[in-house]
Write a protein that binds this ligand. Sequence first.
Ligand SMILES: [Cu+2]
Length: 124
Amino acid sequence: MKIRNLVASTSFLLISVVTAPSASAHAALESTVPAKGAIVSKTTSQVSMLFGEDILVIKGKNPNSISVTDSKGKKVSIGVAVVSGTKISNALRAPLSTGKYTVKYRVVSADGHVVSGSYTFSVK
Ligand SMILES: [Cu+2]
């Protein structure tokens, strides 16, 4: 192999590694309802999240969870998270009291990767 070809193929290899779709290879959080930092009414009865890719559902087993707690750490999410394609939602114990709420989520992408995080919203 000529040096120039070697350099070319090495560069190609490097580019391939650098541009490997690590972020897009699994479900990234795209939007939430309520939105991050939003101020919503007491009648808000569920949280839902939309991901960029399908969320994994194993028949009879749900590896995905959403937990919503108030400012004192008291859990207000009830039941289990419901998954439908790229959407996951969880019911809340409405009506909610005024204050700040933290949503913690852990979902498994269709490719098996775990995506987790948290955000807050407020009730006025
Ligand atoms: Cu992935």
